[in-house]
Design a protein around this ligand. Structure first.
Ligand code: CA
Ligand code: CA
Ligand code: CA
Ligand code: CA
Length: 364
């Protein structure tokens, strides 16, 4: 079905160039810099601690506080081996993927596990996990339940059938229509250029997918991203600053594509940018970008939650600002920021359609 508005393929060009290309180039360099400083360096240390007890074929990785205890845990999507959920135990990490229900699909099988993202798709305040997989595998959505457990719900959410043939890589939970719930993007493309020679139902070039969220169920909509390609990484951000999230998709052997969101800003929105106290080298404060902080936004009778992270999708980094679609809500009742330092800051009665910068301070 049609989405009511579309993403417009703005440019299909080399990443580095002029105009949009320069912005993308800067974004890419910033992303790499952030990834190295905020992810790779900490991950090196983490791996030294956990690799002795777990081995897998990791492709996708994402951080999240899955148990809500205030420290950052890690999820790793593995290729054909059980996925890991590393619970943070005071700086050491223990793999609890199997007992938490996020290691296998609903049939108890391992899958290919490429891209991964985290978001609260059903509004219960707990993070759900999404993983893209190979062709003839469904993409997996691990829905949070109480007690730190998850249920794989690709069938019940409507994702299974339409993800069976495509081979997924990059992915995002994002509220593309600003109506207050998290929709889903999946970048698709096969890894075998000659796949037609042995599988007539498959193709090397595939179309990306937008899934619209309606009360926790997902339906593929025609939103303009259905351009055949060999998609791999993807990133989101409001590139043109008009209040809706745009898309950048990288391709194997092809130019990058920029999809500008045309009409997603019909609903109100707010974006939250965090600046941790370590920006001023203050000991005991949070990292500069607020990575790991959890933000609750209350507006229009709904509470939405996001967590700042610098990695998701597949080999990609998106804008670190947290974007919340607000629908018809004209004010935000409350913004609560829970920093990784343990500090909690609250803003009340905040205007919409703007970027709010929250700097970490000591609150009396
Ligand atoms: Ca935790
Ligand atoms: Ca949830
Ligand atoms: Ca939405
Ligand atoms: Ca935009």
């Amino acid at each position: 079905m049609m989405a009511g508005f579309v993403f417009r393929l703005y440019r299909e060009r080399q990443v580095l160039g002029t105009g949009w290309g320069v912005r993308l180039g800067i974004m890419t360099m910033m992303a790499i810099s952030i990834f190295i400083r905020r992810v790779m360096m900490p991950m090196c240390c983490i791996n030294m601690m956990v690799v002795a007890v777990s081995s897998g074929k990791g492709l996708g990785v994402v951080s999240l506080d899955y148990d809500g205890d205030g420290d950052t845990d890690l999820y790793v999507a593995n290729d054909t081996t059980p996925n890991f959920l590393y619970r943070n135990e005071g700086g050491r990490f223990e793999d609890v993927g199997i007992e938490a229900g996020v290691a296998f699909n609903a049939q108890g099988r391992t899958q290919a596990g490429m891209g991964v993202d985290v978001g609260d798709v059903d509004g219960d305040g707990r993070s759900d996990i999404f993983v893209t997989n190979f062709s003839y595998e469904t993409n997996a959505i691990y829905q949070s339940r109480t007690g730190g457990f998850f249920m794989e719900g690709s069938v019940s959410t409507g994702i299974a059938g339409v993800s069976l043939l495509p081979l997924g890589f990059g992915t995002h939970f994002f509220d593309y229509d600003n109506d207050g719930d998290l929709d889903l993007f999946v970048a698709n493309g096969h890894i075998f250029s000659n796949v037609k020679a042995f599988s007539l139902a498959e193709s090397y070039l595939q179309m990306d997918q937008i899934f619209r969220n309606t009360d926790g169920r997902f339906e593929v909509v025609s939103a303009g991203v259905e351009v055949p390609g060999v998609s791999r990484g993807s990133a989101i951000g409001d590139l043109d600053g008009d209040g809706d999230l745009d898309l950048v998709v990288l391709h194997s052997g092809q130019r990058a594509r920029v999809f500008r969101n045309e009409g997603g800003n019909s609903g109100h929105w707010i974006a939250v940018k965090l600046v941790g106290g370590m920006q001023q080298m203050r000991q005991g404060f949070s990292n500069r970008d607020g990575i790991g902080a959890v933000v609750h936004v209350s507006a229009g009778g709904k509470i939405q939650v996001r967590e700042v992270r610098s990695q998701s999708s597949y080999l990609s980094v998106s804008d670190l600002r947290l974007h919340f679609g607000l629908g018809n809500a004209r004010r935000v009742d409350r913004i609560e920021v829970r920093w990784v330092s343990g500090r909690v800051q609250v803003l009340e009665d905040v205007g919409v359609d703007r970027v709010v910068v929250v700097e970490e301070i000591d609150v009396p």
